[in-house]
Design a protein around this ligand. Structure first.
Ligand SMILES: [Zn+2]
Length: 134
C-alpha cells in the first residue's frame, strides 16, 4: 500500500479513491489518505485528499496532524478571538498570534486561518513570517 511520510514525520496511507466533481464541473478522482490523529488515544484518522497523479510531497494537503474532531473548532476559535478582542483593542494580540501559530501547526494555510481569526490572509502571512521559528 502506498504511503507518504510528511516532514512532520506523520505517515499517511493511501486508503482508496473517490469520485469528485471539480469546481469547473469536470469529473475527477481524488486519492484518499489516512494518518493516525496526534491526539493520544484517538481512533479517528486525519484525512487528506489529493488529485490522482499529484506528487504528495508537493500537494500541500498533508499538513494537518489532528482529525476533524481534535482540530480546533471554528466556534472555539471564534470564541477565543472574541475574548481576545475584548481583552485588547489591538488587532493582533498575543492570544491571537498564538492562535494563528497553533492553527498553522495544524496545517492550515494563511487563507484558511483567516476564516478563524478575522484577520486578512496577508496580515496572517506577515505575522507568521515574523513569529515562526526557522
Ligand atoms: Zn482525533
Amino acid at each position: 500500500m502506498q504511503t507518504y511520510t510528511t516532514p512532520k514525520d506523520l505517515t499517511f496511507t493511501h486508503v482508496g479513491d473517490e469520485p469528485h466533481i471539480r469546481k469547473d464541473g469536470q469529473q475527477t478522482t481524488l486519492r484518499v489518505w489516512h494518518a493516525p490523529c496526534a491526539h493520544t488515544g484517538c481512533q479517528k484518522p486525519v484525512v487528506a485528499k489529493t488529485t490522482v497523479g499529484a506528487d504528495p510531497s508537493k500537494a500541500g494537503n498533508f499538513g494537518r496532524v489532528h482529525c476533524d474532531e481534535h482540530k480546533l473548532s471554528k466556534e472555539a476559535a471564534t470564541a477565543k478571538w472574541a475574548a481576545a478582542c475584548k481583552a485588547s483593542n489591538t488587532k493582533a494580540t498575543e492570544a491571537v498570534i498564538s492562535e494563528i501559530l497553533q492553527l498553522r501547526a495544524d496545517g492550515l494555510s494563511p487563507s484558511e486561518i483567516a476564516l478563524f481569526v478575522s484577520l486578512s490572509a496577508s496580515r496572517i502571512y506577515a505575522l507568521l513570517a515574523k513569529h515562526s521559528k526557522p
